[in-house]
Design a binder for this molecule. Sequence first.
Ligand code: NAP
Length: 325
Amino acid sequence: MKTIHISSPGKEYRLLLGEEPCPVPGRGEVLIRVAAAGLNNADLLQAQGAYPPPPGASQILGLEVSGTIAALGDGVNGLAVGARICALLSGGGYAEYALADAGSVLPVPSDVDLIHAAALPEAAFTAWTNIIDTARLKAGETLLVHGGTSGIGSLAIQMFAARGHRAFTTAGSDEKCAAAEALGAARAINYRREDFVAMAKAETGGKGVDVILDMVGGDYIQRNIEAAAPWGRIVNIAYQQGFRAEVNFAPVLSKRLTLAATTLRARTASEKQAIRDALRQEVWPLLGNRIHPVVARVFPLDHAQKAHETMAKTGHIGKILLSLT
Ligand SMILES: NC(=O)c1ccc[n+]([C@@H]2O[C@H](COP(=O)([O-])OP(=O)(O)OC[C@H]3O[C@@H](n4cnc5c(N)ncnc54)[C@H](OP(=O)(O)O)[C@@H]3O)[C@@H](O)[C@H]2O)c1
């Protein structure tokens, strides 16, 4: 099968088209004929040699795909060969065929484009488990999602706006703010010109926001604490501006805040299945009507290098995909 090889892993890595034997599904796994693979920042880090795959995972890049089921391993029930699906992977997505644990597979409704569905798994799993499982967002509570036009932000805003929450967001240009509001954000501000702490207070009558999903870190750590409501929960999925900050914890104490951070990739198959089950019940019924994959660009597989360079420039709105068809 066609796949992408990392030549000279490191800062100057090159992604080249190659050939590898097609994988064979083991017990509890499905083999997917890949229609498209979603790009993630983790792929760029892995290609640079900075983020090795967890033990047992494919060495091939790619943490999410859409496609059709080509074969079922032993013990897989409730899925059929030929079904349109998308799946979270522990690796192996940049290839004609990929293996997924059956518990990480979700159906693709007939009114959702199969290629565009590759934009869904990583963003949906990450947004759901951090905002619901970790930050325990409750009905009627407010949400601040930083990076509102990122792959994760663009889906998170739709998911939680559709569930009735007022979702506020930040983005790096006025065009991106308009896009985030079109996705359902109650208010989007250009973080290069406006202060999100002031926005969070103004939009909540001075109370602050109940839950914050942050991918920025650095000086946002203190500012998130200032923007949070009493009993607020702040969860980080990345620290793009740095893991280190000098923090005044007094408002954490006085406002009874919770600070958390999580990663998805290294979680067990059963932990991922629990997230998949919740998504299927709570979010997937809204797919194709209230929630849509947001796709910035689709590159053919053999343009993976160009796709990575586009991702690294961070001008995109939504997800960047590699098409196999
Ligand atoms: N922990 C986990 O389980 C997990 C899972 C998946 C992804 N992640 C991480 O989550 C992050 C987002 O992933 P993605 O795929 O959605 O990436 P992405 O599409 O490349 O988005 C990165 C976003 O960060 C935003 N950003 C950068 N500086 C900002 C600032 N000062 N204020 C507000 N926003 C800022 C960018 O906004 P502008 O372009 O508008 O500047 C951009 O939208 C990545 O760092 C990724 O590694 C973590």
